[in-house]
Design a protein around this ligand. Sequence first.
Ligand code: SAM
Ligand code: SF4
Ligand code: SF4
Length: 352
Amino acid sequence: MSIKSVIYRSARLSNLYPTLYLGLEKIAGIPLKYQLELTTACNLACPFCTHKDLTQRPKMMTLEHVRGVVQSIEKELPIGLFKRFLLFNLTGIGEILLNKDTFEIIKYLKQKGAMVTFADNFTLMKEDYVRELINLKVDNIFISFDGATKKTYEAMRVGATFEDTIANIKRFVAVKKELGVTLPNLNLRFVPTSENINELPRLVDLVAEMGVKIIDIPQLYVVDKMNTLLKALERDFQRYKKEALQKASEKGISLSFSNPFVSEQKQPIKKCTMSQNSMYIDASGYVLPCCLITQMGDYEKVVEQFNQGNVVQDGVGAVWNNERYRNFRDTIKKNKVPLMCDMCDLYYGDKE
Ligand SMILES: C[S@@+](CC[C@H](N)C(=O)[O-])C[C@H]1O[C@@H](n2cnc3c(N)ncnc32)[C@H](O)[C@@H]1O
Ligand code: SF4
Ligand code: SF4
């Protein structure tokens, strides 16, 4: 196993790398972490996801766009070696297997020596794709799977079929085993809602049966009504969490939780480093300081109103250092909340 994959396995969650493990957040002022949305097309309609509100025609990031963005990053890096520390998370508001350039884009990024990770709904993960992703040595894939029973899973992942997705996950695990490879690391990600948290303990059994070893329970972001319903169930959640953790330890599964009730533990906004260490780039090249902002209301309007510039048109260096971005960082440093962060569940401060 390479050093990079050891580091990666330890970091486990892509957003901890490389900040936490290498102490490298940026080089020559440029971040090493980029979230690139490859498409806004999706085959599902999950009730907690902002995708359901999109009105424009699906957008696709092309290989040419990605080349341009990467070249603009490389221009800023003092020594080519640093390319090896770049991390691309190819997750946006869409399903990347619907972009015909996805595999070429991954190939290009891997040839550059970058680490590649993405989240996927696994409904379209046919065997050819599995073999290609293994062949390309993708570092990490988050499998989005939000229920332990057919009824709940299909209510959370509208348009997907429980049995088919499970078969796709099991096939990925089986092909990795057949080829004797460790990459891609597979993490199952379960977004907690009031509708599915009672299935957490059962999820552990199901995941063990699938052969996946890691479960990640993130926070449910800003779906107002769903969030309120979930918050009303905190006591139940703690009970299910305890039971799930007990089962996970018996079955040798690593189970980690973000706190879905985190708003009670908000931090001062000056502690938010998102606009200093990473960039979220939408399928047209428009930049937001962080991916949480994509879930804060009407995504298309949010991008139109709050984008910090366009890296496909102007390159990463120009956008990163433009006045708008600098003002955004200054506002946060002064512990003031920029308008686009108004609904952030993680940080608080005075109004801008
Ligand atoms: C927007 S999806 C895009 C990738 C792919 N379509 C999928 O579902 O994995 C990326 C991740 O965000 C999660 N997600 C979507 N809406 C969310 C929300 N309101 N709160 C927390 N996570 C959310 C999904 O479950 C998925 O793991
Ligand atoms: S969570 Fe993923 S699969 Fe579900 S609607 Fe959003 S983008 Fe599509
Ligand atoms: S939405 Fe929250 S996490 Fe994102 S940049 Fe704003 S304050 Fe930071």
